[in-house]
Design a protein around this ligand. Sequence first.
Ligand code: C5P
Length: 305
Amino acid sequence: MTAAALPPSPGVTVRAPAKVNLHLGVGAPRPDGLHPLATVYQAVGLYDDVTVCDAPEWRVELVEPDPSVPLDDGNIALRAGRALVEHHGLDLAAEIRIDKGIPVAGGMAGGSADAAATLVALDRLWGLDTSDTDLLRIAAELGSDVPFALIGGTAMGTGRGELVEPLADATDLWWVVVLSDDGLSTPAAYRHFDELHPDAPSEPPHPDALVAALAAGDVAAVADRLENDLWAAARDLRPDLVEVEADLRSMDPLAVLLSGSGPTLLMLFGDVDAARAALADVTALGHRASIAPGPVAGAHVVHYG
Ligand code: C5P
C-alpha cells in the first residue's frame, strides 16, 4: 500500500516554525530577573510538526527520541496542553507527538514552537474556539517566544519578548543555519550579558532603521543592521564559536548572526543559489547545517484526521 493510500491517522497536526532574531536588543534585568527586550523576530522555514489526539492521560512523545527533550511536565508542549484545558475549565487530556525539525537548544525557539503548535492543535481537536487574545495570553505565560510562534511572519517583540506586533516585511531572505554540537544555556547567556553590561538601559532602543529596511524590502540595508546584544556573552561562554564565525565570514554571506541566545549561527543570503553554495562549503568543513527561507507563516494546521 502506498503512503497516499494509507488511512489518515486520527488527530490534528499543526506545523510551527523556528525563529531568528534579526535584532535582539537587551536591557538591564527587571525586578523579576527577566530582561526587557526590543527584538525583531522572523519566522524561518525549519519546522516542528505536533500531532494531538484524545487520550485518557496526558502524554508526550518524540517521533525521534532525544534525551535532551523532557517527556514529563518539563516539556513545554505538555504545559501548553494543560494550560489550555485549565483556561476552559475542562477535564480533558491528549497525546502529543512531536516531529522535530528545529534544532534542540539552538536558540531557535523549538520548544516555543511546540507549545504554540500544541495550543492551536488542541483548540482545533476539541473545537474550543479560543480567541486570538486568549491564545496569545496563554502563550505568553508559557514562555517569551511562544506568542511569536503563533503569529509567525516578521514581528516586533517587546516586554520580555512576549508582546508581539506584526511588521511589514518585503524581503525574501535565505538563511544558512549552522548548528553546534554543544548547547548554550539561555539563562547563562543572559547572566553573562549582565556581567558584561552593568550599564544596560532599562528600555533597549527600538531598531527603527532595520524596521524601515524590512518594509522597503532592502536586503542589503537589512544585512547591515542585524544585531544581537547577546553575541559578546555567547563568544565568551563558547570561545569555539569565534572560529566557526570566521569560517562563515570567509564564505562571503551578506551577514553572519548569532541566533537568539545561540549557539546556532546564521549566514544571510539574498538568493537560494548563493545559500546552496554556502551550505555545500560549510558542510564540507564538517558543520551540520541547513537552509531556511524567511519570513514564513506561524503555527498552522497541516492535517485534520
Ligand atoms: O521565557 P523563556 O522561558 O524563554 O526564558 C528562558 C530563560 O531565559 C529565562 O528563565 C531567563 O533566564 C532568560 N530570559 C531573560 N529575559 C528574557 C527572556 C529570557 O532573562 N526576556
